[in-house]
Design a protein around this ligand. Sequence first.
Ligand code: G
Ligand code: MN
Length: 412
Amino acid sequence: MHVLILDDDLRMAALVAALAREGGWTAESASSGTEFQELYRTRAPDAIMLDLQLGASDGIEQMRFLRTAGYLGAIALMSGFDSHVLASAQQLGLSFGLKITGVLEKPARAARVRDVLKEMETSYLKNAASEVFAERTTTTAAAMKDIEPNEIAAALNRGEIELHLQPILSGDGVAVVQLEGLMRWFNPQCGIILPSQFIPIAEREAVVIDQLTSCVIQTALNHYRHLAENGFAIPIAVNISGVNLRSLAFPDRLAELVASTGIPPSALALEITESVAMHGTETVVDVLTRLRLKGFSLAIDDLGTGFSSLQALRQIPFSEIKIDKSFIADLLESRESHAIVTSMIDLARRMNLVCVAEGVENHETAKLLRTLHIDRMQGYFFSRPISLEDLIKWLTEWNAVSRSAESNRSAG
Ligand code: G
Ligand code: MN
């Protein structure tokens, strides 16, 4: 295992390198951002120790670089600043989708440095099997053409498909009120494959998409239980395929599955894209209405991208609308998007629906949505979809940061 250290404090860099070598690793250090990026490109490190304050550059910039580079290895952050700065930086790193396995307050004793190195090693060993992901490749449509539905079922059985989670915030951007479960297929040949690429293939075989949906729901329930045990009982939304809705037995099967876990149906929300809802056959309306009656919330996803949004809203008993990210992306510049988003928020209020903005990528957009009285926000600005393990860390940091912001406000 090879560790790359970035610190302009040469004594600290030397200490970390010595302790890493003592643990049987190879180590190299850089004292500036440029030198670091140069070494990163040529050495493909398995672990990175990053100091936050670096004279001309800083650790946040380097995390942004690592995100763009698609780095998937472990990262530990170090700083002489207080733990609050470290916590916020860790929070930010996790929301970039980086694996921040630990933080180190300086000055640090050797024992503490060893612990942080150990955490990185554990994470490295866990990832060793997936070394192929070192280059974050997203598969091209051409490569996906040859994949058959049954290969997706096999991947599911091999545990290659994981359910990552993305937080959904309250309208003021403070509390995490829901999570969205999003599948990620870690394919040994192709790298990471997104649902938009493999779901359409799975949908060619009803058995496969049913198996996939069952697994997503089961996993979401397990995640919910695990999070609740850690003090984060937050409802999880999952995306349901139109194919699932063609079966009149689906609501009963789902209700039984949830009942058998003892988790309330309100812990699960179901997202259905507008186009699916608008195959508005009798069966679809029947199934969706019964799901509502059984206590599940129903969200219409990607609202505004199809041709019959309003008709879907009239026919189907949704409890929530999710404004498509394309309208949020140019909300600040486009008068049209601004008018549409404002009207959708108003429509949701009049229809008694919860209104969610998807794809919030920056602070200005979040601020504007807040003044427009949005109910909920989701997007990279808060966090990317991340693993359960990373989410628990993220939530812990998030709560710590908002608690201290709260106490600063009441103190001032
Ligand atoms: O169709 P649906 O809304 O379920 O799609 C969610 C997809 O959008 C996921 O793949 C997720 O990674 C992606 N996503 C989540 N937040 C953002 C964001 O802020 N910007 C962009 N471009 N995509 C996002
Ligand atoms: Mn969705």
